[in-house]
Design a protein around this ligand. Structure first.
Ligand code: ADP
Length: 346
């Protein structure tokens, strides 16, 4: 293939491509490359256009020995950090060597990798605290507190609490991974939303009793059926009601309201709306967009004290997504919060 018809091939490739001639000047750049490096790059020496030392070294190497190379090209586009894999391939032209560069955008892969690393770091951090406490108490029980029954009982209580915390964290992590794994599978069983909400409220009654409040069901008085995963929905209601009791119970009873809407605008069809309302301290608006992120807490210390894992709302978000529903949080500082789910009925 001559460099001339190589140019027409480059025009048809949906990736930025640059052809460097044996004279080290840019011979051709397809329209995507022109958009990335400016329209005036053809004819210029490649060093003045590409500038990144690793890319320049790779081009120099290919020109020297004709062996293909692959390097990373880091940049910023629209204030966003980008990463490209650049393949530098030799192109022979009348016995001399040119280089063809092809830029593949791998920014999303890099971002996914970073998210995975952050997630592992967060999980390790969350597990390390109770684990350190357990190791410390085991040492104390083997040593100083060996013959002190009162201290032993106290330490065993704390150890049970810490082990429980680790247990909850592992349970929530598994739950989150299951929900994420099933996000593309439509649920097929039929549930009664009202009965599930009542069941979640009943199992949280001891927690509500401790705060001296009640969880009150309102709205539709009879069964409200739709297609959903019963375990996941029970988990969603439990997470929201438990949060409302834990964080908002100081303001009085928690209301769980279930209403049917024959033409919900957010779903463009009939839906069921479940509002979990508390009259607690509310949440500052700056936190609202981030509440469903894994391990995001408004007050980390308070959440941990109350046995929170920071994963409850992430589980809610993914479960609601799987049901093609909507999840919204409204809150006014000093007045309380309303966590709403809208699920499609059809
Ligand atoms: P956690 O295990 O910490 O409760 P969640 O994901 O369930 O984790 O909730 C994330 C954070 O959102 C909580 O740490 C808390 O700060 C805040 N939050 C959740 N529900 C409420 C509520 N009803 N009132 C005030 N803050 C809330």
């Amino acid at each position: 293939m001559t460099p001339d018809n190589l140019e027409s091939v480059m025009a048809g490739v949906p990736l930025p491509m640059i052809l460097i001639g044996p004279d080290e000047r840019i011979r051709a750049a397809n329209s995507l490359a022109a958009r990335k490096f400016g329209g005036d790059s053809v004819g210029r020496h490649y060093v003045t256009v590409l500038r990144q030392p690793t890319t320049l070294d790779a081009i120099e190497g290919v020109l020297r020995d004709g062996t293909p190379r692959q390097v990373k090209y880091l940049g910023t586009e629209a204030r966003r950090e980008t990463t490209f894999h650049v393949t530098c391939s030799p192109v022979a032209e009348a016995g001399r060597m040119g280089v063809l560069l092809c830029f593949e955008d791998v920014t999303h892969l890099e971002e996914a990798g970073q998210m995975r690393r952050d997630f592992v770091a967060n999980v390790s951090h969350e597990l390390r605290t109770p684990l350190t406490a357990l190791i410390g108490f085991i040492e104390t029980l083997r040593g100083a507190a060996r013959d002190d029954p009162a201290a032993r009982e106290r330490f065993l209580d704390i150890m049970a609490r810490e082990a429980d915390r680790m247990n909850r964290l592992v349970r929530d992590l598994l739950q989150l991974s299951r929900v994420e794994g099933e996000e593309r599978m439509r649920p097929t069983s039929t549930i009664d939303v009202r009965a599930l909400a009542a069941s979640a409220a009943l199992s949280l009654k001891p927690v509500a009793d401790k705060q001296g409040i009640a969880v009150v069901l309102a709205g539709e008085p009879g069964p409200v059926t739709l297609q959903a995963d019963s375990d996941q929905m029970l988990q969603v209601f439990s997470n929201l009601i438990e949060n409302a009791i834990k964080y908002g119970g100081c303001g009085g009873d928690v209301i769980v309201s279930i209403t049917k809407d024959p033409a919900d605008p957010s779903l463009r069809g009939p839906g069921v709306r479940i509002d979990v309302i508390d009259r607690g301290p509310g949440i500052d608006p700056v936190h609202l967009p981030r509440l469903t992120e894994r391990f995001y807490r408004v007050d980390g210390h308070r959440s941990r004290e109350m046995g929170g894992t920071g994963l409850g709302l992430a589980i809610v978000k993914h479960s609601v997504n799987r049901h093609r529903g909507r999840f919204r949080i409204e809150s006014t500082v000093g007045q309380g919060s309303c966590f709403s789910i809208v699920l499609p009925m059809a």
